[in-house]
Design a protein around this ligand. Structure first.
Ligand code: AMP
Ligand code: GLY
Length: 450
């Protein structure tokens, strides 16, 4: 089977890596890919993965490529092409593609759509309202005493979310998005949510229109710096599985979030095939949805796929065909972690083109796989080309062991300005030592398995 993967980040490298191991893959392309995707080899045929110089949003170019090379399956990694309707376009042209349609992808491409959907179907979320006029928005922010999150409705490369602690903060954020258009058209409308307090976890469900299968939870680290300080980023590291949102809590998420979501989709004629990734805040009142994403998380994918034993192509095919009931998702017993190495200055401005050293030595360590994100080949070197540059993943029998290996590998890799968080997984370790240390309410609805 010939497979085309669309995207260029760490998530797409992980998808390419896992797909290349499938018993069904004979040829794999990645558009546009990165320096790491082009280093992978398809296990069955020994053919190297080929990067295709087409951007993930170049729908016309990608359709032409599909017309010429006839991939048997196209896998969409990132949200922007989904929001642009790549799945509809490929399907109309007769190509098999995995991911939600433009209508279904609205769960991520419009935060207002998602919030209204949750309200209609009784899905627990933050108190919220949407606005296109600043005055009404300011009044609502006052009701929340300024402790709120102001979100651009549309896609803004993960940046359109402003955290406010005061009425002044909220006024500034409302003005910046609605009037000054800090996020362009994505901010024609805003959503204001109450600020929820608790621990954040990532839920992933693979869906086939009629049913879904829930993955065990993982945890991302959104802020740039240790101790959850600094600006929000795309994600600075992850680990899988989390010790604190398991078994009974997952069952609760199933009943309160995923089941009403699926029933809502069916009632509203939304045929959802793909990943639904709800970002959850575990509050004292139980889990609440912060947002829905319509694709795999990044860097969650990197840790999920290190632990997924099943053949990914079989899962994606079942998601397209509506046959997920017949598929068994098998996970390894171990733990996997991912430490993201970023360019100095990220998520603000940063330089590109820095030469990276130590990659091979790190990758050669037992249990380590370095996924590339913002990298480019500049023969004979690999150089930086983005904010999040690499995701160093390691597996182990325990979180502590996996972290030790991951950080040993991370320290071997160097480039000018490189930085990473040193506290990935620390919340799980402190929670295990004292479950009350983080959130007292959490024990009411989670099982202490670890
Ligand atoms: P989103 O893109 O909506 O996931 O928001 C990005 C990040 O902002 C989330 O991962 C959370 O860390 C934070 N966030 C979003 N909404 C809320 C909320 N209502 N309360 C607290 N934090 C939030
Ligand atoms: N892990 C954050 C995201 O993928 O949006």
């Amino acid at each position: 089977m010939k497979v085309l993967v669309i995207g260029s980040g760490g998530r797409e490298h992980a998808l390419v890596w896992k797909i290349a191991q499938s018993a069904h893959a004979s040829k794999v392309w990645c558009a546009p890919g990165n320096a790491g995707t082009a280093l992978e080899t398809v296990a069955k045929t020994g053919i190297q993965v080929e990067n295709v110089p087409l951007g993930a949003e170049d729908l016309k170019g990608l359709l032409n490529f599909a017309g010429e090379h006839k991939p048997d399956l196209t896998v969409v990694g990132s949200e922007n092409p989904l929001a642009l309707g790549i799945v509809d376009r490929f399907q109309n042209a007769g190509f098999r593609i995995w991911g939600p349609t433009q209508k279904a992808a609205q769960f991520e491409s419009s935060k207002v759509f998602s919030q209204e959907f949750m309200k209609r179907h009784g899905i627990p979320t933050a108190k919220a309202a949407s606005f296109s006029e600043p005055e009404a928005a300011r009044a609502f922010a006052r009701e929340l005493e300024g402790r709120c999150i102001v979100k651009a409705d549309g896609l803004a490369f993960g940046k359109g979310v402003l955290i406010c602690q005061s009425v002044e903060d909220a006024d500034r954020s409302i003005k910046s998005i609605l009037k000054e258009k800090a996020f362009g058209e994505a901010g024609n409308r805003i959503l204001i949510q109450e600020l929820l307090v608790g621990r954040e976890v990532s839920l992933h469900a693979i869906c086939d229109g009629k049913s879904y299968q829930l993955f065990p939870t993982s945890q991302d680290h959104k802020r740039a710096l240790d101790g959850d300080q600094g600006l929000n980023t795309g994600g600075m590291g992850a680990y899988f599985p989390t010790p604190f949102f398991v078994a009974e809590a997952l069952e609760q998420a199933r009943q309160e979030i995923l089941d009403p979501w699926l029933a809502g989709c069916q009632a509203e004629g939304i045929d959802y095939h793909g990943i639904l990734y709800p970002g959850l805040m575990l509050t004292e009142d139980g889990p609440k949805v912060l947002e829905f994403n319509s694709r795999f998380g990044d860097p969650e994918t990197q840790v999920y796929l290190r632990c997924l034993k099943s053949d990914l192509i079989e899962i994606l095919e079942a998601s397209i065909d509506g046959t997920l009931n017949a598929v068994n998702l098998e996970w390894s017993e171990g733990v996997s972690v991912c430490v993201v190495i970023a360019s100095g200055g990220y998520p603000g401005s940063y330089t590109k083109g820095q030469r990276i050293t130590g990659l091979e030595t790190a990758d050669d360590l037992s249990g380590v796989k370095v996924f590339h994100a913002g990298t480019r080949s500049s023969k004979p070197d690999i150089i930086t080309s983005g904010g999040r540059v690499l995701g160093v993943t390691a597996d182990g029998n325990s979180l502590e062991a996996a972290l030790k290996t991951a950080y040993t590998a991370t320290e071997m890799i160097q480039f000018e300005g490189a930085f990473y968080r040193t506290d990935i997984g620390a919340k799980a370790i402190s929670w295990r030592a004292d479950p009350h240390s983080i959130s007292r309410g959490s024990l009411n609805w989670s099982t202490n398995k670890a």
